[in-house]
Write a protein that binds this ligand. Structure first.
Ligand SMILES: CC(C)(COP(=O)(O)OP(=O)(O)OC[C@H]1O[C@@H](n2cnc3c(N)ncnc32)[C@H](O)[C@@H]1OP(=O)(O)O)[C@@H](O)C(=O)NCCC(=O)NCCS
Length: 221
């Protein structure tokens, strides 16, 4: 009898995602097992807490590279199209002009070295249905060579501050169900899974499931 895992791995895309996920899980384990004092040296990486600042126009190329990085090899972002830098730059400008945050994490001693970025926007159409104004949907991306080093946590803290300041009460993350790393990351940061929507997406001929997680950020709850 075939195991669930065998059944799950019938398509090449699923096999690819499975192996990629296993690789990242191994990396996580390596990072967690490494002693805190020597782990960074072992991996040749800095553990310094990153600085988070508003994105600038000259960050557009780095933000685009991060946004595009996993598109060819995963289903984490439901598109096959690699975004041009100019388009992402316009998106950053439009968001910031609308008072929405786009923030980047940088090395404390290198303001131009972008380690990750994050943003939030409307969860649903707030013009037609302003009742959704209290909720925002976030997106967060950390450079793969810095995963597991606290960059995501720092970006999320900044997003939550901005969300509170903007009067938001709930942050929502919509995550591809195969992206177990991201789901675990959000859980660790206090998000709770509130929906699992089977087959609501399709990419490269494969139906995709969406997981919604949310966290209250308002002061009044
Ligand atoms: C998900 C992502 C943002 C996490 O960023 P990160 O910088 O690696 O996360 P951090 O190092 O700040 O981890 C924060 C906490 O989550 C935990 N965590 C992160 N990944 C984890 C995993 N795979 N399993 C268990 N815990 C995990 C960390 O242990 C840490 O907890 P701690 O501080 O209590 O030890 C990053 O992996 C990423 O950019 N992934 C690709 C893009 C993506 O999936 N974006 C989300 C779509 S909305």
């Amino acid at each position: 009898m075939r195991s669930t895992t065998d059944l799950d791995l019938q398509s090449p895309a699923r096999r690819h995602r499975h192996h990629a996920a296993r690789r990242w899980q191994r990396d996580d384990l390596d990072a967690r097992l490494a002693p805190a004092s020597t782990g960074a040296a072992h991996r040749g990486q800095s553990r310094a807490v990153p600085r988070v600042r508003d994105a600038r126009p000259d960050d557009a190329a780095a933000i685009t590279a991060l946004a595009n990085a996993l598109i060819p090899s995963t289903t984490y972002t439901w598109t096959e199209r690699l975004e041009p830098v100019a388009e992402r730059a316009a998106w950053v400008d439009a968001r910031q002009s609308a008072g929405l945050p786009v923030v980047v994490a940088v090395e404390p001693d290198d303001d131009a070295d972008v380690l990750g970025w994050a943003s939030f926007g409307d969860f649903r159409d707030t013009e037609r249905t302003p009742g959704y104004l209290i909720t925002a949907e976030l997106t967060i991306h950390v450079r793969e060579d810095r995963w597991g080093r606290g960059v995501g946590r720092a970006l999320m803290a900044a997003l939550e501050d901005r969300a509170r300041a903007a009067g938001k009460k709930v942050l929502v993350a919509g995550i591809d169900a195969s992206n177990e790393r991201s789901i675990e990351f959000h859980r660790r940061l206090g998000f709770v899974e509130t929906a699992r929507m089977p087959g609501v997406g399709e990419l490269r001929g494969e139906r995709l499931d969406l997981v919604l997680l949310q966290r209250d950020v308002g002061a009044d709850r």
